[in-house]
Write a protein that binds this ligand. Structure first.
Ligand code: ADP
Length: 322
């Protein structure tokens, strides 16, 4: 009901889409309704007054004119939205490229400072440099994520497909997350899997996907919990599921989980850090690799995020609709 009422808030809809009110879908929808009702009334009127053929001709002419104007508005509205979207993606891409170089320079120079002059630094100075380094690393991750989002939106995310040993990749990712897991008092287990066939996917990107799912499971478990990574070979695909007993995702917000910048209310409350880009990128990588990603979650009970990848090489490229 609330969703329906919101769809009639024409000003809000126009502001969200960045178009004028009279070009918003809600306004054009109402206008079309008025035109249809008026034309039905006109037909009724003419039917009851068979002498008024001039009226019929005149109203037909007026109707065609109005429909033409509305059609033109719809096309120019869609065109405006598509252009604004393209400009936004290009802006994000250019800004991220420009930010990447100075951030990487800060990183190198900080490393140089610590390695060459660490003897002249007090403990406090070293701690401050460490904090700057961590913040810089966070900014580099954000810029890299924004670049990936821009590549996805422009349909040019490059994937290099090769044969992968998923068990080895999972073990490496768990190992890289051991400090995070220790700080949340979370134990990460690989569930008994038996013999696992090789799969096809992009190595670097598959690591990013698994890192996102495993680090999320740890991050969104408040304190003391278990994360289980299960690997299930099926007929022509391999399914990997990451299950946690953490904060879960509220039912009402679950439809937005794979949308860009989505962060659930309970996640923002418990874990202030996060961009809401990881799952958007992960789902796109998996779907473009010929697989799929899905989840199941219950608030305060936990979540299970799964993805599949094909066992056979498949050169087809897929586009994601979300
Ligand atoms: P980030 O973690 O940086 O916010 P993601 O795209 O990885 O971005 O995740 C988007 C949102 O999905 C998170 O902010 C959180 O609300 C929710 N989420 C993802 N994984 C989990 C999980 N395992 N448990 C609970 N919520 C999750």
């Amino acid at each position: 009901m609330q969703d329906m009422l919101e769809s009639f808030d024409l000003k809000k809809q126009a502001d969200e889409l960045g178009v004028s009110v009279w070009k918003s879908p809600g306004f054009l929808f109402i206008l079309m309704g008025i035109i249809i009702i008026s034309s039905m009334l006109a037909v009724y009127f003419v039917f009851n007054n068979p002498d008024s053929v001039e009226y019929l001709l005149f109203s037909e002419f007026a109707l065609v004119l109005v429909l033409f104007t509305v059609g033109n508005s719809i096309i120019s509205g869609v065109d405006e939205i598509a252009r604004a979207n393209k400009m936004k993606t290009e802006f994000v891409s250019i800004a991220s490229h420009q930010l990447k170089t100075p951030l990487s320079e800060i990183n190198w120079e900080m490393e140089l400072l610590v390695s060459k002059f660490s003897e002249g630094l007090t403990e406090k100075q070293k701690e401050l440099i460490g904090n700057v380094g961590n913040s810089n690393a966070r900014m580099i991750r954000l810029v890299n994520d924004l670049l990936d989002v821009a590549r996805i939106d422009q349909g040019r995310l490059p994937l290099v497909k090769e044969e992968l040993d998923i068990v080895g990749i999972i073990k490496d990712v768990i190992d890289n997350n051991r400090n995070l897991a220790a700080s949340h008092n979370v134990k990460v287990n690989v569930v008994n899997y038996g013999s696992v066939p090789k799969i096809f996917g992009d190595r670097k990107r598959t690591v990013v996907v698994l890192d996102n799912l495993i680090s999320n499971s740890i991050k969104y478990t408040k304190e003391k919990g278990n994360v289980d990574v299960a690997i299930t070979p099926e007929k022509d695909r391999l399914v990997v599921c990451v299950k946690d007993d953490g904060v879960g995702i509220p039912k009402k917000q679950q439809k937005n989980v794979f949308h860009k910048f989505f962060r659930s209310d309970n996640a923002i409350k418990n874990q202030t850090e996060g961009t809401g880009l990881g799952l958007y990128i992960a789902k796109n990588v998996i779907v473009q690799s010929g697989g799929d990603m899905w989840f199941d979650s219950e608030e305060n009970r936990g979540s299970t995020f799964c993805f599949s990848l094909p066992l056979k090489k498949n050169d087809k490229f897929y586009s994601v609709s979300m």
